[in-house]
Design a binder for this molecule. Sequence first.
Ligand code: TRP
Length: 337
Amino acid sequence: MEEKNAKKVMLSGIQPSGDLTLGSYLGAIKNWSERAEIFDCYYFMADLHSITVRQNPADLRRRTIEQLAQYIACGLDPEKNTLFIQSHVPAHTQLGWVLNCYTMFGELSRMTQFKDKSAKNAENINGGLFTYPALMAADILLYQPDYVPVGSDQKQHVELCRDVATRFNNIYGDVFKIPEPYIPKVGARVMSLVSPENKMSKSDKDPNGTVYLLDQPDVIMRKFKKAVTDSDTERCVHYDLANKPGVSNLMSIYSACTGKTFEEIEAEFEGQGYGAFKPAVGEAVVETLRPIREESERLLKDKAYLETVYKAGADKASYIANKTLRKVYKKVGFVVK
Ligand code: TRP
C-alpha cells in the first residue's frame, strides 16, 4: 500500500568538488538538520555533474565519500533524510536523456554558468557542460519535489527546469510537479579571512582565507591569528561593515559560534584590541567545529557504515525515481517492459 506522505518534498544536489568550509556550515548546513522535521528531504552527491569538468578519479571518489561523512557529521541524520550518490540511481541519466530532447539549444546557450565555465575551461567545452541543466532538471523532476533549495548561482537552472517540465506537461498531461526554488533562511554571511570583501570560498587561491570543516585546531588558530583587520589605531572591536570589514566578519563568526550579540561582543573586548579578539574567535571556531571534525573522522574510518547509508539511500531514491521514469517512458511512447 502506498504510504500517504503529508510532508512537502525538498531536494538538493551537492557537487563533490571541494571540501566544506566554515562559511558553508554557518551560512547554510547548520540549519539543514531541522528541515527534516518539516520536509521529506533528499540530498545527493552530484558526481555525474562533476565530470563536466575534468576530475582526478581518486580525488573525486574520496571527496564524494568525505562529503557524505561531513554532511552526516553536520547533523543530516540518514534516518530522517535520504542521502545518496547520484550515479547510484541510473534513472537520473535515463530521464536526463529524455529531457535533453525537450530542452532547446537556445535555452542552454543562455545559461550564464555555461558561459562562465566554458570561458574558464576553453580546452574542454564538452557536450556535458552544455547539457548539464537538462540532467539537473531530471535530478529534480524524478522526485516531484515542492522545493529546491539553491544558491543564487543555480536559480537560472531551476527556472529552466520549470520551463522544461511545463513544456513536457503541456504535451503529455500532468507528469511533473513544477518545483519552486527555495531561498533558504540565511545564517551568517562569512567572508574570507584575508580579503573580507569576498565570500569565504572553497576555491579561494589563498588557503589562509578559508577555514575548512576538517582543519585541525592549530591550523584554525593560525588562520585566525593572521586574519586581516584594519589600521584603526584604537584597534577597537566594533561592528562597522563599511569601514571595518575584517573585524565585522570576525564578529559575525564569533556571534554565530557563541550566540552572543554584537553589543555583547563589543563590551567583552572593550579596551582589549585585536590581539585578544582574534584568538578568542579562533577558539570559538575550534570548539564549534571540533564535534563535526571528530565525527567526520570517526565516520570515515567506518566505511561499512557509510556504505549502508548510501546503499539504503540509493534504494529509497531509486524506488521513487523509477516510478516517475516509468511514467515518462510510457508517455513518450517507449515500449515499457
Ligand atoms: N548544479 C548544482 C551546483 O552546481 C548541483 C546540482 C545538481 C543540483 N543537480 C541538482 C542542485 C539538483 C539542486 C537540484 O551546485
